[in-house]
Design a protein around this ligand. Structure first.
Ligand SMILES: NC(=O)c1ccc[n+]([C@@H]2O[C@H](COP(=O)([O-])OP(=O)(O)OC[C@H]3O[C@@H](n4cnc5c(N)ncnc54)[C@H](OP(=O)(O)O)[C@@H]3O)[C@@H](O)[C@H]2O)c1
Length: 330
């Protein structure tokens, strides 16, 4: 028997994590084409943080000019189907499911209803809710980095920010494709990167990777702390620089446009698309155990403000999760 009331984390104004409030709300009623999911795990990710503060300002064009249009944050979830509309096929009560949408799913709540036409799917056998939720956002951006270029076995890559959610997914997916990966991370995570199988790990607290005396076919800046200008000399003749950030002067989209007309070194600014495809690939990667998400911390549902504060430091290793499974109803 599902309670009619649920706990959810809400915000009605942009600001720091202290604007978040835990409240009781009615459990959503699924429409004809929706399933109702009892959420067990969600992440707090950098997209959630950007939406919380509406930073960069341009976010407001999508999230609401003066105040947030959607009061509940959360772009991913893993949980159990507990209800469904009349026209739903392919899902049944009790199914373990996960899903992602970086425009927002309102998943920082005990229950959510979601259309079966969105990027959702079954969690592969033996994969926990935590692992499933932690395999969505980072992998989506990693796949989108990779899908924008023509990767071939043996090429040389450098991944900056290799211990973030995006970076840690990217490193694993690139290595699975037989690419030679050098990874830049912090001292505390050197062992984590070595355990992933990275041969060359650069500790950014001890060494500046831009001073390396070698060239790469691709530099993936998964933390946006470098620039094309600083990396250009490390790129091979037709090398490509890809960043997950706009750049300190918001230059990356313009550089991408500019360099697309030139022969030689290029910038690509990857606008992430096709989340359904990512989800299908993620299911395969998890099934075959070639990908294991990096999990840093798990917070309880009533510590969500603390989770946001930690993610905002920019120092998380991989993913930060919220456990909603134990939240009392109402
Ligand atoms: N384009 C988009 O739509 C989009 C979407 C999501 C995220 N993003 C952006 O993509 C970036 C990565 O997101 P994420 O969730 O993967 O980030 P994250 O988990 O916050 O990770 C950043 C990682 O980079 C490491 N790091 C910090 N400074 C570094 C440096 N100077 N050199 C190398 N590594 C460094 C951090 O480790 P330590 O601090 O422990 O050293 C941390 O592990 C963020 O900047 C985020 O804003 C963009």
């Amino acid at each position: 028997m599902i309670s009619s009331v649920m706990k959810a984390s809400l915000y009605s104004q942009y600001g720091p994590p202290s604007v978040l409030r835990l409240e009781d709300l009615p459990v959503p009623v699924p429409s004809d084409s929706e399933i109702l999911v009892h959420v067990h795990a969600t992440t707090v990710n950098r997209t959630d943080c950007a939406m919380l503060r509406a930073k960069p300002w341009i976010m407001r064009l999508f999230t609401g000019l003066l105040r947030p249009q959607k009061p509940i944050l959360g772009t991913d979830f893993a949980g159990i189907v507990v209800g469904m509309g009349n026209s739903v096929t392919g899902f049944g009560l009790g199914d373990k499911v996960f899903g992602f949408d970086d425009s927002g799913l309102s998943s920082h709540a005990q229950f959510l209803s979601i259309s079966v036409n969105k990027a959702i799917g079954h969690i592969p056998e033996g994969v926990s809710f935590e692992h499933a939720a932690a395999s969505l956002e980072g992998v989506h951006y990693a796949f989108n980095f990779m899908n924008k270029v023509n990767l071939t076995k043996g090429q040389k890559m450098l991944v900056n920010g290799a211990t973030g959610a995006i970076g840690s997914a990217l490193v694993q997916l690139l290595m699975n494709k037989g690419l030679q990966v050098s990874a830049v991370g912090n001292t505390k995570n050197i062992d984590v990167l070595k355990k992933m199988g990275v041969e060359k790990v650069i500790d950014y607290t001890a060494e500046d990777f831009t001073q390396l005396n070698e060239t790469f076919d691709y530099i993936f800046d998964a933390v946006g702390k470098s620039t094309f200008a600083r990396c250009k000399h490390l790129l091979s003749k037709n090398g490509v620089y890809i960043s997950s950030e706009l750049g300190p002067l918001m230059q990356n989209p313009f550089l991408a446009l500019l360099t697309s007309f030139s022969k030689g070194r290029r910038v690509i600014f990857p606008v992430p698309t096709r989340p359904k495809e990512t989800l299908q690939m993620t299911q395969k990667e998890l099934q075959t155990r070639v990908f294991t998400p990096l999990i840093d911390r798990v917070y309880t549902y009533n510590e969500i403000d603390k989770a946001f504060a930690y993610v905002e430091t920019g120092e998380k290793s991989g993913n930060v999760l919220i456990d909603w499974a134990e939240a009392p109803s109402g």
